[in-house]
Design a binder for this molecule. Structure first.
Ligand code: ADP
Ligand code: MG
Length: 778
């Protein structure tokens, strides 16, 4: 038994004796205060918000009355018992919520629906919003429309029913001496029992004028029965949580309040003390209290800052650690002067842009460094990332290594394959395409050739990470549109070689702050320049009523020899529904444009047919291509200069930007038409951003601001990241600090930390990784 537990058990015994001696303070020599103080001081200070709490409670015990003493002793005993659990149970914070005060199996199920499983989940289930009910108003001061809290007495009740559905209406007459108002509750008959006549009560709600009266409809209330009772629902800044049906704000507030009361004092602060002092950060338990039940909006803001700092710090610490691991690895050393590369560059019909050249230099440096490259290549749609990828693959080939090039969709794989084949075959480099549509026999040959090292370059979809795929000498892994993949998929491909070089590419222009959160262990290269001669796509926004106008413009442009994409509405739930709506649109356009050849592709079109259609579009045989979002990424057809997006309001801005990026790839002026339901003001404001700018970074920032990062990155992340990054984008500086401190700490090998702090940091690093943060899409 550890020394702590011995001490705690001893304390428990003393308390029990005090109880049986009827709180006489004679059960132990020198009195209870002295005994407890001495014992508690044996615990290391850093470990203890709970120790402080006990010391506060026991203070001046001998001077208290009997009643007070009994309360103090019972409260301390409670704490000591929990402290014993804290020291004996390794998974103290992982205990299921079911066993908490006021929860039980039924409510536990409801909490689970909110993804609250453990005590720690519960106390870090932060409010989505707050309602300021802290200012008490007099009835004589009320103005309609205000949200207020009033302190009143219930004078009288009146009961009626609604006219048709016969729902009971309870109407309470209320006064505070300065006037009379009414509280009206629909379908809540129990109110009369909960608030009998004569009860003093706090009421919060919106002031409504009904005829000559003032009413509150279904207001929140709390009874003023005890003297210094802490109000959770009125008369304060009240937390508003996201709920699930069957759970009310009131109930959840109480559950969280009780859990915080019992458990928050056991929270150890995983942020090292020197950082807390340097940046003036709140202690962890205080910050969690303030986040749920703020004393003011100011303290709540400090709490948010502290919480975000901790999350960021651990996130970055994890990345710093990964980074350090990578730096320890050795990788194939490529020699970088390559005649093949020169030949390839000379065969291109264009010169690399300055930005492309700079990035290529950075990549060459990595490839020859002897350490595995871990690089993210960011560049707006159309900035020319594929050429860079091709250069790296040729260099790998010239050094005797294989390249695996993974992309998220079959269409993109097919397109890249067709383009790269034209480039590679003249150079004598074999390349193969591997997707789930590849015929079985061909697959077998590809597997064999890859394993024997006869096939230097393979391009494909997720099919590449199947177990059957093995390489003789995989030296380079390229992942295009990598935001569509998870970390695990990326790692799977990477592990097929011996520390191969890794190049991940994305056109999703991530704001710098987010890039560092998500890709913090990668080096980042940016192509911040488009090839010369590109004219920005001109974008128009039209309401659905004006659709005809759009299509007659399309008609005129096609008569001039141009081609158009028409993207049909986004239907998230089902590929099948989406295919159906694309089909409908296709039929409609066929009737409208009998003179043109129209193609249709969606996720359910078999790959052979899809290939044929894409080819026909490429050759100009098809003038209009109706498509779902399968064409969202990568597709490159320079002659297509018109993009029509139906129901554009259903798409996110980043997605619209990607879609729009399918046109304007040639030197012709390109146009994008957004057809949208413009009833909602939000939609209009959002879509106007597309009209105003072609700059992917501006759009991404706006998108992030409007939708929050969870949405921005698709549905894969949730919870922590969301709350975290929303604050983060507002407070870039805090983020930079957390990042720098984390990397610094890793560099100095923790020499600034005490043993205790080191252990604590490791413990918390693990817990952060166990949770959702591990699943960040990279
Ligand atoms: P993305 O970055 O969106 O993947 P791509 O690699 O598909 O862009 O390139 C877009 C188009 O620009 C392609 O048709 C490509 O051939 C062309 N391109 C790439 N680099 C240049 C350049 N330096 N000058 C002119 N055209 C270029
Ligand atoms: Mg691309």
């Amino acid at each position: 038994m550890s020394i702590e537990i011995k001490l705690l058990k001893g304390l428990k015994k003393i308390l029990e004796e005090e109880i049986s001696s009827n709180f006489s303070d004679k059960s132990i020599k020198y009195g209870l205060e002295k005994a407890i103080t001495v014992a508690i001081k044996q615990f290391p200070v850093y470990n203890g918000f709970w120790t402080q709490k006990v010391l506060d409670l026991i203070k001046d015990y001998s001077k208290r009355g009997q009643e007070e003493r009994s309360q103090i002793v019972l409260r301390i005993k409670d704490i000591i018992e929990r402290a014993i659990e804290f020291y004996t149970e390794e998974n103290f914070w992982e205990k299921p919520v079911q066993f908490l005060k006021g929860v039980g199996p039924h409510r536990a199920k409801l909490l689970n629906k909110l993804e609250i499983y453990t005590i720690y989940d519960l106390i870090t289930y932060y409010p989505r919003d707050y309602d300021d009910r802290s200012k008490l108003k007099k009835i004589s001061e009320l103005k309609p429309g205000e949200k207020v809290t009033i302190k009143v007495k219930i004078i009288d009740y009146e009961e009626t029913k609604t006219l048709y559905k016969k729902i009971p209406i309870i109407k309470a007459k209320l006064t505070d001496g300065t006037g009379i108002v009414y509280g009206v509750w629909y379908g809540q008959k129990y109110i009369k029992q909960a608030l009998p006549q004569g009860t003093d009560v706090l009421i919060s709600g919106e002031v409504k004028r009904v005829l000559k009266h003032i009413e509150f409809e279904n207001p929140e209330y709390e009874v003023l029965d005890e003297e210094d009772k802490e109000f959770l629902n009125v008369g304060r800044i009240v937390p508003i949580y996201s709920l699930t049906s069957g759970l009310t704000q009131k109930v959840l507030r109480k559950i969280i309040y009780d859990a915080l009361t019992d458990y928050s004092i056991f929270l150890e602060d995983p942020l090292p003390k020197y950082l807390r002092e340097k940046y003036n950060l709140m202690d962890k338990p205080v910050s969690i209290w303030e986040k749920h039940f703020p004393t003011s909006f100011l303290t709540m803001a400090s709490a948010s800052k502290r919480i975000a700092f901790e999350e960021l710090f651990f996130l970055q610490l994890n990345l710093a650690e990964k980074r350090k691991e990578i730096e320890k690895l050795s990788a194939p050393v490529f020699k970088t002067d390559s005649e093949l590369v020169e030949r390839f560059l000379n065969s291109l019909p264009f010169k690399l842009t300055k930005a492309q050249e700079k990035v290529w230099e950075e990549i060459k440096k990595d490839l020859s460094s002897g350490r595995p490259m871990h690089r993210l290549l960011q560049g707006d749609v159309g900035s020319g990332k594929t050429v860079i990828a091709a250069l790296a693959a040729i260099l790998a080939y010239d050094n005797g290594y294989q390249t695996a090039f993974m992309v998220p969709t079959e269409i993109l794989a097919e397109q890249h394959y067709n383009r790269l084949k034209k480039i590679f075959e003249p150079l004598g480099i074999r390349i193969a395409l591997l997707t789930s549509s590849t015929p079985k026999k061909e697959k077998t040959y590809i597997y064999l050739d890859l394993a024997e090292g006869k096939l230097p370059i393979v391009i494909g979809t997720h099919a590449l990470i199947q177990e059957e795929v093995t390489f003789k000498k995989l030296g380079l892994v390229i992942i295009d549109e990598q935001h569509r993949f998870g970390v695990i998929q990326r790692a799977k491909l990477w592990k097929k070689g011996e520390n191969p070089h890794l190049l991940v590419m994305t056109a999703t222009p991530i704001p710098r702050s987010l890039a560092l959160v998500l890709y913090g262990e990668l080096d980042i290269s940016i192509i911040d320049e488009l090839p010369p001669g590109r004219k920005p796509v001109i974008t128009y926004l039209f309401s659905k009523r004006e659709r005809k106008k759009v299509y007659s413009f399309v008609e005129k442009e096609i008569m001039k020899g141009k081609q158009a994409f028409v993207v049909c509405p986004l239907i998230e739930e089902s590929e099948k529904l989406e295919a159906e709506s694309a089909k409908k649109l296709y039929e409609e356009l066929k009737k409208f444009f009998p003179q043109f050849k129209i193609g249709l592709i969606h996720g359910l079109v078999p790959s052979e047919e899809r290939n044929r259609i894409m080819e026909e579009f490429q050759n100009g045989e098809i003038q209009i291509l109706v498509a779902t979002t399968v064409i969202e990424v990568g597709v490159d057809i320079p002659n297509a200069s018109i993009m029509v997006i139906e129901d554009a309001h259903r798409f996110g801005l980043a997605q619209l930007h990607q879609l729009r990026g399918r046109v304007g790839r040639g030197s012709e002026q390109a146009y994008c038409f957004l057809i949208a339901d413009l009833k909602g003001e939000d939609a209009t404001e959002r879509l106007k951003v597309m009209v105003e700018t072609n700059d992917g970074f501006v759009i991404a920032n706006k998108d992030l601001e409007i939708r929050g990062p969870g949405e921005f990155f698709g549905t894969r992340q949730h919870g922590a990241l969301n709350s975290l990054i929303v604050d983060l984008t507002k407070d870039m500086k805090l983020f930079e600090i957390a990042r720098n401190e984390a990397f610094e700490l890793m560099r100095y090998e923790n020499e600034r930390l005490s043993e205790y702090e080191k252990n604590l940091i490791n413990k918390w690093l693990n817990r952060y990784l166990k949770g959702e943060l591990k699943e960040i899409v990279l």
